[in-house]
Design a protein around this ligand. Structure first.
Ligand SMILES: [Fe+2]
Length: 494
């Protein structure tokens, strides 16, 4: 008998005793000696032990006229625009969004609101059709709190708040924090949800959430996207997301036996563009997967490490060359790490192609995923540049990080440049940009500080790097004994 079935049977017996009529004599007090009757065997076919049927995904994730999967993103300038995307059943052909200044008396919001009509796309998923609606609010006031809701005129979401970024300014930009997650990918509802909720609890004022690819493991599965949106819940409606696609957001063709065709080119999942409203200014063919925006003194650049690597170099050069003087920090995010942290996954070609541009323009921080381990390197300085103090000094050291937020874990490939690493640890990272300084913290799923450093800008010199690794051992799998040690132990044991 299965453990669950045993437990159900015990429960049935306990309930049976508890329901004995009041006043009925317990067996032990009966006048006649108790007759011992062996308990009737309970077979797995008994109705009482029948396991419940799994509720179908098509029902659990069915869209309705009520908006769900509401998510804030940016397609334009975060100080004057805000995009929102949501889902309904496909009978809703006209989505609308309303926006007003956030006011203390909620009843004053609607009279002050303006209405925008959404662009609507019908998406055919593996569970049926759904409508995705997208609105970009424009001409907003910088540094202002807004309230918005989405719906169809009759069926509405709740009113949610977002705050626009401060307008760019040369001196003393307003400090801000953001959160970065490595791959969520697996057990999203059951085990990743706690990470994003812990992150929100630890950094409730974070201004955006970076997802460095592999958000879900099967990206044409509507049920998995349902888990991803469900795990974040209303956080996505209040804190903008900055997602980049990983290899799992790409669908590769399969042969007649259902096996992936080796070296075949994948295609971005059909879910990506309808459900995220992102900038379309990336290289042709990479709209909404390679993009950039400026936020209070930082230029954030999302690259697509899945395809068109060469085409992105020229685009990236332009994006970095045209950095406004108000954006002194440059933070990159993409999925495949150029310095791998897991066994047998070196990305030498991508490193050769992309790192010279990172070096040339002094990228400060690179946030990656894919390797299902945690590792953070010290600052790396430009390689293969002409020697000479002046050239070297212009190029700040770049700090590379790989992280994982979901529960799928790989073996770490240790590299001497890793200052802090972990295996088997779900993590999230809080980055705070504060004028001339950038503070970084990696925390575990339970909110424990695991890694930290600070970068400080120095005029005409590389960033000052201050390691702040907290005390405590690294989370590492027990080392496997080397063959020679195994042999020695075997000899010693004789
Ligand atoms: Fe990946």
């Amino acid at each position: 008998m299965l453990r669950g079935q045993r437990e159900i049977r015990s429960l049935v017996l306990v309930v049976g005793v508890a329901l004995m009529p009041i006043g009925a004599a317990p067996l032990a007090m009966a006048a006649d000696p108790p007759k011992v009757t062996p308990a009737a065997p309970v077979s797995p076919s008994d109705a009482a032990v029948k396991l419940p049927a799994r509720y179908p995904d098509a029902s659990a994730h069915r869209p309705t006229p009520i908006p769900d999967r509401i998510i804030l993103t940016w397609a334009g300038d975060p100080s004057t625009t805000q995009a929102v995307t949501w889902r309904t059943s496909d009978e809703i052909t006209r989505g609308i969004a309303q926006i007003a200044p956030a006011l203390d008396n909620g009843r004053d919001i609607l009279p002050a609101a303006r209405t925008e009509v959404a662009k609507t796309t019908v998406l055919e998923t593996d569970l049926g059709k759904a409508a995705y609606h997208s609105v970009e609010f424009r001409d907003l006031k910088p540094a202002s709190l807004y309230a918005y809701r989405v719906g169809d005129g009759e069926n509405w979401s709740e009113w949610s708040h977002f705050r626009t970024a401060h307008a760019p300014r040369e001196s003393d930009p307003e400090p801000f924090s953001f959160v970065y997650f490595g791959d969520a990918q697996n057990d999203i509802k059951s085990l990743w949800s706690r990470v994003i909720r812990q992150a929100y609890s630890d950094a409730p004022k974070a201004r955006f959430l970076i997802h460095a690819g592999d958000l879900v493991t099967t990206s044409n599965s509507d049920a998995l996207w349902g888990e991803w949106f469900g795990a974040a819940g209303w956080i996505n409606a209040n804190v903008p997301a900055v997602p980049v696609p990983g290899n799992h957001e790409y669908i590769r063709p399969r042969d007649a036996q259902g096996k992936t065709i080796p070296n075949s080119k994948g295609r971005l999942t059909r879910h990506w563009r309808p459900q995220f409203t992102l900038p379309t200014h990336g290289p042709a063919g990479l709209e909404e997967t390679a993009y950039t925006f400026d936020f209070q003194g930082a230029r954030i650049v999302a690259l697509n490490s899945n395809e068109q690597h060469e085409e992105q170099v020229k685009w990236l050069e332009r994006v970095l060359q045209e950095r406004p003087s108000t954006s002194r920090w440059t933070i990159l995010t993409f999925h495949h790490p150029i310095y791998s942290t897991a066994k047998g996954r070196d990305n030498a070609e991508l490193r050769k192609l992309w790192q010279p541009t990172f070096d040339q323009y002094g990228v400060d921080l690179v946030l990656q995923g894919h390797d299902h381990t945690y590792a953070r390197m010290g600052p790396r300085f430009a390689e293969n540049l002409p020697s000479g103090l002046n050239v070297r000094d212009r190029h700040a050291g770049t700090v590379y990080v790989v992280s994982v937020s979901g529960p799928k874990m790989y073996n770490l490939e240790r590299n001497p440049e890793m200052r802090r690493a972990a295996e088997d640890t779900q993590m999230f990272q809080i980055v705070t940009v504060d004028g001339q300084s950038l503070r970084y913290e990696a925390r575990t799923a339970t909110g424990v500080l695991y890694d930290a450093f600070e970068l400080r800008k120095r005029p005409g010199q590389p960033n000052e790097f201050i390691d702040k690794v907290p005390a405590g051992p690294e989370h590492l799998r027990p080392a496997k004994p080397k063959p020679a040690e195994v042999k020695a132990a075997a000899v010693g044991g004789r």
